[in-house]
Design a protein around this ligand. Structure first.
Ligand code: ATP
Ligand code: MG
Length: 402
């Protein structure tokens, strides 16, 4: 079947009242980006839906790309017909031919936004129902739950026909939700947390703490690869790599062992917050999950979170690990996440971290050391990389750069 266009429905965007123009604009930009390889395509953005004119591009390939764009509720490949009955019949015929199977059921759903058209919706339903039955004797009508729903939409400029509705990615268009800093480890959880935020329209920058020589170049490369995967959604993500060795060693030497993990997390959060402030972010995102490990009890979160007033968002907080793994597989980060290179926390992690640390105690322990200059050096030494899809391929053989 050769389709003329793809109809995109907005779903949630259409509830956004006066902001709608901005939302539609952002969605158009995201779609343009997703389809940048398809030069013939034209996008018509209306208030209630968008039309992607294919101009000969392959509808299957284009649909496959559009399905992943946040803010798209559903999409339908469609054909465009002139407004005379004969043309509409011929379009309906070729569309039904492409999905026809003996014994299938169908119905016609007519929509008429242009009331000057010669038939009303009942008239369209009747005329085209009879036409299809006559031409496809193997089909039966079923108005409640048909196999094929032939949509005939009469608009001022033309008539659009479609018979398949594909669910989109949902969510909100990227960039409509402000910017947040994703704390990314090399693990399974944080990339999933980042993905979920992007799905709600939030633009991300990523922050990673790296402790050479205790953590290897490969551990760092793994995080770059994960960010690269996430950047497929947005086109690019800034990744800030913070040198954390001096701080971790100082914590190891100066803070009682069972509080070193709590202190480590507090410094990570402080530094991330400082980078956030420099780059105009509004929140910090982590892959934390309630009760998963010692640092993720409510008591721990309370003691760690005390260092900042910035919202710390934890989209995975109440999810089960099996659900998180399933999502990681779906978004394509799981394989990379389970590579065995350790990160800075696994190496310095004490044998028995406190699961119920006390805020006052950790503040007391930290007070014996002047951490400020060490924190400053970590922030100053931060290296920022602009990660885009295909980044790894382009940089192969340039390992000494990192
Ligand atoms: P993940 O699978 O994301 O590593 P986790 O279940 O292993 O999470 P932790 O290691 O306790 O949990 O880390 C909790 C969160 O702290 C991570 O999801 C991430 O947001 C942040 N984090 C941990 N290590 C780092 C790091 N080296 N750099 C930046 N953020 C980190
Ligand atoms: Mg981890």
């Amino acid at each position: 079947m050769k389709y003329d266009l793809i109809i995109i429905r907005y779903g949630e965007i259409s509830t956004k009242g006066r902001n709608r123009g901005k939302f539609v604009d952002r969605l158009k930009r995201a779609i343009k980006h997703a389809l940048s390889g398809h030069r013939a395509i034209k996008i018509e953005a209306g208030r209630d839906r968008m039309q992607i004119l294919l101009n000969g591009e392959d509808s299957k390939v284009v649909t496959g790309k559009l399905k992943n764009v946040f803010g798209v509720q559903s999409l339908s490949p469609a054909i465009r017909s002139e407004r005379d009955i004969d043309s509409i019949k011929s379009a309906a015929h070729s569309l039904m031919e492409s999905v026809y199977e003996e014994g299938k059921t169908f119905k016609i759903t007519a929509k008429r936004s242009d009331k000057t058209f010669e038939l009303d919706t009942d008239g369209i339903n009747q005329m085209f129902g009879a036409f299809i039955l006559k031409n496809f004797p193997g089909l039966k009508v079923n108005v409640k739950n048909p196999d094929i729903n032939l949509l005939i939409e009469v608009r001022k400029e033309a008539v659009y026909l479609s018979c398949v509705t594909i669910p989109g990615a949902g969510g909100l268009p990227l960039g409509t939700g402000g910017k947040a800093m994703l704390m990314i480890s090399g693990g399974i959880d944080s990339p999933v947390a980042g993905f979920m935020m992007m799905k709600r329209g939030v633009e991300l920058e990523a922050v990673h703490f790296h402790s050479p020589p205790f953590t290897s170049e490969r551990a760092k490369q793994k995080v770059i690869d994960l960010v690269e995967k996430l950047s497929e959604v947005s086109g690019e993500i800034l990744l800030h790599i913070v040198p954390f060795t001096e701080l971790q060693q100082t914590i190891k030497n100066q803070i009682p062992e069972n509080y070193s993990m709590t202190a480590t997390r507090r410094f990570m959060l402080r530094i991330t917050d400082a980078i956030r402030e420099k780059h105009g972010g509004l929140a910090i995102v982590t892959g934390e999950n309630l009760g998963q490990v010692a640092s993720q009890t409510l008591e721990s979160m309370y003691a760690i979170n005390e260092v900042t007033n910035t919202p710390v968002l934890r989209p995975l907080l109440t999810m089960d690990k099996t659900e998180i793994i399933k999502m990681a597989e779906e978004i394509g980060t799981f394989e990379t996440s389970i590579l065995p290179y350790e990160d800075c926390c696994t190496i310095f992690v004490p044998s028995s971290p406190k699961t119920k640390p006390k805020k006052d105690k950790v503040i007391h322990y930290e007070s014996f050391v002047d951490f400020e200059p060490i924190v400053e050096r970590a922030i100053e030494g931060t290296e920022t990389i602009r990660v885009t899809p295909g980044f790894g391929d382009r940089n192969q053989g340039l390992d000494d750069l990192f």
